[in-house]
Write a protein that binds this ligand. Sequence first.
Ligand SMILES: NC(=O)c1ccc[n+]([C@@H]2O[C@H](COP(=O)([O-])OP(=O)(O)OC[C@H]3O[C@@H](n4cnc5c(N)ncnc54)[C@H](O)[C@@H]3O)[C@@H](O)[C@H]2O)c1
Ligand SMILES: O=P(O)(O)OC[C@@H](O)[C@@H](O)[C@H](O)[C@H](O)CO
Length: 379
Amino acid sequence: MRAVHFGAGNIGRGFVGLLLHNAGYELVFADVAAPLIDALDATPSYRVHEVGEESATHTVDGYSALNSGTNEAGVVEQIAGADVVTTAVGPNILKFVAPVIAAGIAARSADAPRVAVMACENAINATDILAAEIRKNYTGDDLDARAIFANTAVDRIVPAQDPDAGLDVTVETFFEWAIDRTPFGGEEPEIPGVTWVDDLAPYIERKLFTVNTGHATSAYFGYAAGVHKISDALADPTIRDSVNAVLQETKALLVAKHGFSEDQQQAYVEKILGRFANPHLPDTVERVGRAPLRKLSRHERFVGPAAEAAERGLSTAALEAAMAAALRFDVPEDAEAVQLQQLLSSATAEDVVAQVTGLTPEDALYERVASLVRDRQAR
Ligand SMILES: NC(=O)c1ccc[n+]([C@@H]2O[C@H](COP(=O)([O-])OP(=O)(O)OC[C@H]3O[C@@H](n4cnc5c(N)ncnc54)[C@H](O)[C@@H]3O)[C@@H](O)[C@H]2O)c1
Ligand SMILES: O=P(O)(O)OC[C@@H](O)[C@@H](O)[C@H](O)[C@H](O)CO
């Protein structure tokens, strides 16, 4: 059994790669970061340190690593013989990995079993986005006879790593990898630790609009307060209250939309607040707040739930306050933060709302967000 995984970064090494290795797959990492690929190539194993109340260390070995930027032919050959292809590269990078995946699928023998392709990104239905890009690039015969595309929701906090840690990765103990089972027709791959589900929508929305909405809120309020670590942000009672208020608003939406019980969703919220507050996890407001343009886009963790809540007449005040904090995220090392600040200083509020959030004047949320942008531009 072979798995080719694109993106040997934090979640790639610390979660997806670990589970595939533990499942018995011969693991091939593909990445464009030459020093990372060289280090993986030169190092027979790395360790995943789970930190929290119960810590543990796992060893990942037996993998190989290929530079997908300079050795496309090698990656194509590996995909031609793979059972599983996964990605954890970032939602905006999927279009760049699609051509090599398409070529790898086209190179498979006609009688090979279908390869399972699963994008493990923080985005709703990221595999659909990847599959659409693969279709654009695919030149072989019937793609669906050669590949199965399944959406997933991945949840494990993997912070930016200490530069001295080498390939080792520090992660939280919690994880959840939910995968839509329906495309497999009863023949899903065996990956211990995966939760196979018949309807992914509630899982992915609950994850993105609770874990990621709350996390980003902690980051943006933490950044505004001059706090560096996410756990320190949560230790500030004012920030914790703001995060909790946001999660009460997304809870109301998730309960109304997906039928979770109030108690069930409240337990989920409390568990997540505990995860954010994990003092053993060296996670930062800069990492969690990264790419604010993506995070403020139409179907993402703020505007997504707030737009739906507004349409349903539910409160969005706390989500609006979090979005206002996001507009102040001004980290010079973050290309999207720089772009956001430039846009705020050069465009009209209406243009900012259109370009960043995709909201239109017909949306119930539109005027509220336009007003946040005007306030931000006035100060
Ligand atoms: N870190 C987490 O806590 C976490 C948890 C759940 C989901 N995610 C999601 O996983 C994805 C990756 O996040 P991360 O934290 O691991 O980021 P990361 O920056 O640590 O890793 C991304 C990797 O992708 C590589 N990459 C970039 N362009 C590439 C390309 N064209 N081809 C191949 N590789 C390429 C980078 O070199 C890097 O090694 C994101 O979608 C993120 O939202 C992250
Ligand atoms: O990866 P992003 O930039 O979409 O979001 C940052 C964090 O919220 C995220 O990586 C979480 O740590 C992760 O989603 C937890 O499962």
